[in-house]
Design a protein around this ligand. Sequence first.
Ligand code: PMV
Length: 309
Amino acid sequence: MTVQASAPAKIILFGEHAVVYGQPAIAVPVAGLRATVRIDFGDQPGIQIITDEPEGIVPLDLHAQSQDALALAVQLVLGKLRLAVPNLVVRIESQIPVASGLGSGAAVSAALIRALSAALGHDLDDATVNELVYEVEKLHHGTPSGVDNTVIVYQQPVFFARGRPIQTLTIRQPFLLLIGDTGKTALTRMAVADVRSLYEADPVRIGVLFQSIGEIVVRARQVIESGQIELLGSLMNRNHVCLQELTVSSDDLDVLVSAALASGALGAKLSGGGRGGNMIALVTQETKEMVRQSLLQAGAARVFETIVG
Ligand code: PMV
């Protein structure tokens, strides 16, 4: 019998980077883009991994002190359940672009941890899955704030602040976003490390910037919860300017943000670690096609659409 689990991509609406320093952030799942893991019991000893990549079936090396996220996720589940390595075939499929700020790593980990624990007869609760995905996130990010794993595991809009209980958000009036992919991958850990250096060199100026981002996030929460979506765009624009000052935007991201605004988006900003990856644009049913065309003309590798709420 095949056991299956899936997890969504995510976007950070507000607050990336400052969230690492204790400010809040707002993130939402992207239900239409998912990572899926299917598990069957196998005849070969150990765990065989099948991905879309050309290698086909690869045995998972669970002995090395590896930097492999899949191996770590499996080790964490087996450790938690105090079980020996079972004989399994694990198929991983993901529609989520990698290293692009959409949480692909956390989604694969969440789906794998859920499917594996279910296959072994011990469904883990959300809090435990979240804790384990966070451990795996450390491989990708170094010092993750925890926002990615939280929104992906709980699959709900979240208002997240490090070390505080998870708060879900009520979306009073659903709104439409386009996600524009620069097609350039970027390592979040590098952007996070550069922001750290900036902060250490000038803690007062950068601290004020983090605080301004935090204020934008708090205001955005009020706007989202009261359904005043027309006010959200300018908050996104302000957040993008702060991220430019933190040096985590890029020419590609800025070109897409400008193209979205020039073609009718109500607001636009980079989303996630930056330096590449994705940006988001707030659109309406009336403007979305214009903005989509304009993003593609400006060089977007692809454009996804998602409704928040
Ligand atoms: O690139 P992403 O989407 O994984 O973004 C990470 C968000 C940061 O705030 C930059 C880092 C973090 O750990 O929160």
